[in-house]
Design a binder for this molecule. Structure first.
Ligand code: PNS
Length: 160
């Protein structure tokens, strides 16, 4: 069984993430959406548990499960028997950062491959940070996130 991990902060999950996860689930036997913390980013809007619950609401494929891990991604990959780490690539601006992570992970654990899926054209500009920015100013995030979590994001932003 070929297992792939889709790791990320998912703060919150966007339509771009959903697209990459669903496409990964069409390629691999099992996909684990791994909700993690990115030490390079500022404090997250949602807690890990909240981010997992939002992912759960948006993903309905039977071969996708959701998990969290608070350590090195490659250690989780080793323990879960994953053969691939799947990441979405948007513009060239993603490339340096993603390539650096892929090379670091490969050097730490050569048995796992990083596989890049290109974002769909309509998701090229989409990011969780942009969703939070638009939402914080009361803008419409309806075309950026699944409808089922739109209100959760507005509610959270209002309670800040
Ligand atoms: O959605 P993000 O914030 O771009 O995801 C980045 C994430 C969480 C996948 C990355 O920061 C990560 O893998 N963190 C876990 C710690 C780790 O393994 N670091 C080494 C990779 S260079």
């Amino acid at each position: 069984m070929k297992i792939a991990i889709c790791p990320g902060s998912f703060d919150p999950i966007t339509l771009g993430h959903v697209d990459i996860i669903e496409r990964a689930a069409d390629i691999f036997d099992q996909v684990i959406v791994l909700v993690m913390s990115n030490s390079a980013k500022e404090k997250s809007l949602f807690t890990v548990e909240e981010r997992m619950a939002l992912v759960e609401k948006c993903i309905h494929k039977p071969n996708v499960k959701i998990d969290t891990y608070n350590g090195l991604l490659v250690n989780y990959a080793k323990d879960s028997g994953a053969v691939a780490i799947v990441k979405g690539l948007r513009a060239v601006s993603d490339f340096d950062y993603e390539f650096q992570m892929a090379l670091t992970n490969k050097s730490l654990y050569p048995d796992v491959e990083t596989v890049f899926l290109s974002a769909r054209a309509q998701n090229m500009f989409l990011s969780s940070s942009m969703v939070k920015e638009v939402c914080s100013h009361g803008g419409d995030i309806g075309s950026f996130v699944p409808t089922c979590i739109k209100q959760d994001i507005y509610n959270k932003m209002q309670r800040r």
